[in-house]
Design a protein around this ligand. Structure first.
Ligand code: THU
Length: 149
């Protein structure tokens, strides 16, 4: 059901908490090489929130994005299938940060295992500008488990 108390199927209060969690997580990002901190947070069906940060490496290409880390944290708690939304916060402040291509594929996997779209909520570092997407709109025609037969 959608209505004035929901945005993209996410209750407004939950969305606010999720954005706040992603913004707070960004302060803990491990981004000494890019100096581009990113925070993410996933919302589970029961309202629980789990955070992620980008985790960079001296071998630059090994760096992990905040969204992928947040989803991995949920997976490690056995909750991958319970993810209903993910918020990400970071960037220069002008436009909300949207997930990279690899993260879109990782989000699509969460949507697939959960059996429904994941709401993707993108925020500037100060939370002043928000952009909302569905997982499938960010990665149409995604490769997925069905293709493996
Ligand atoms: N990054 C994320 O964590 N999420 C995104 O959606 C885009 C990029 C990270 C990767 C790297 O640590 C830094 O931001 C600069 O690309």
């Amino acid at each position: 059901m959608s209505g004035s108390h929901e945005r993209g199927g996410v209750p407004v209060a939950d969305e606010a908490a999720l954005i706040a969690a992603a913004r707070a997580a960004a302060a803990d990002a491990y981004a000494p090489y890019s100096r581009f901190p990113v925070g993410a947070a996933v919302l589970l069906r029961d309202g629980r929130i789990m955070r992620g940060v980008n985790v960079e490496n001296a071998s630059y290409g090994l760096s992990l994005c905040a969204e992928t880390v947040a989803i991995a944290v949920a997976a490690a708690a056995g909750r991958m299938a319970d993810i209903v939304a993910i918020a990400v916060a970071g960037g220069t402040g002008e436009e909300p940060l949207t997930p990279c291509g690899r993260c879109r594929q990782v989000i699509a996997e969460a949507a697939s295992v959960g059996g429904s779209e994941v709401a993707v909520i993108c925020a500037t570092p100060d939370g002043g500008t928000i952009a909302r997407f569905s997982s499938s709109s960010l990665l149409p025609h995604a490769f997925g488990a069905a293709a493996l037969g």
